[in-house]
Design a protein around this ligand. Structure first.
Ligand code: S3P
Length: 183
């Protein structure tokens, strides 16, 4: 069972890149945060408010395990999904993990005005704190793609090229950047 799973810090572009990549491959696109909100019937800030971060993390792990029972999906994840080892393990087992990396100043500028619960108050200070605390957590990915100052199309093309190169045992359906079948 294979999927492409996008990880990275908040604001790294997992949602927009995930959507574009899924469209390109004619695969289903799923966002773990959207799935959590759908199941809980509440928006993420309300989930954090009502159940705390721990409650959110439990739901996140459940949703991830459930989604990874299927294949042929592009899955955009929440930035903190990498914190639990069991999440990292299940992602590696059921897909190719792609780390979307962005510079700290770029993240700070992209996240300005965000309602993300972990960034309320001193947003810049909190981003820096989480950024430092999470250093190394994204390094288990098979592929790392720089997203700073790049267009979504450019990032999608690099992901496809890099995935084709890293795995002969991972047949992608859809088209490669030259329009040829990937299988
Ligand atoms: C979080 C990132 C958010 C969301 C939640 C917690 C995190 O997702 O899951 O607010 O801990 O980094 P995005 O990375 O899509 O913003």
């Amino acid at each position: 069972m294979k999927n492409i799973i996008l990880i990275g810090f908040m604001g790294a572009g997992k949602t927009s890149v995930g959507k574009a990549l899924a469209e390109r491959l004619h695969w289903k696109w799923i966002d773990t945060d959207a799935e959590i909100e759908r199941r809980a019937g509440k928006r993420i800030p309300n989930i954090f408010h009502d159940y705390g971060e721990e409650g959110f993390r439990k739901m996140e792990t459940e949703v991830l395990h459930h989604l990874l029972q299927s294949s042929g999906q592009v899955i955009s994840t929440g930035g903190g999904i990498v914190l639990r080892k069991e999440n990292r393990d299940v992602m590696v087992r059921h897909g190719k993990v792609v780390y979307l990396k962005a510079d700290l100043p770029e993240l700070i500028s992209r996240l300005r005005g965000s309602d993300r619960p972990l960034l309320q108050g001193d947003m810049e200070g909190k981003i820096k704190e989480l950024w430092t605390a999470r250093k190394g957590f994204y390094d288990f990915a098979s592929v790392t793609v720089e997203t700073t100052n790049r267009s979504i199309d450019d990032i999608v093309e690099e992901i496809l090229q890099r995935l084709i190169n890293v795995q002969k045992s991972f047949p992608l359906t859809g088209k490669d950047p030259q329009g040829k079948d990937l299988v």
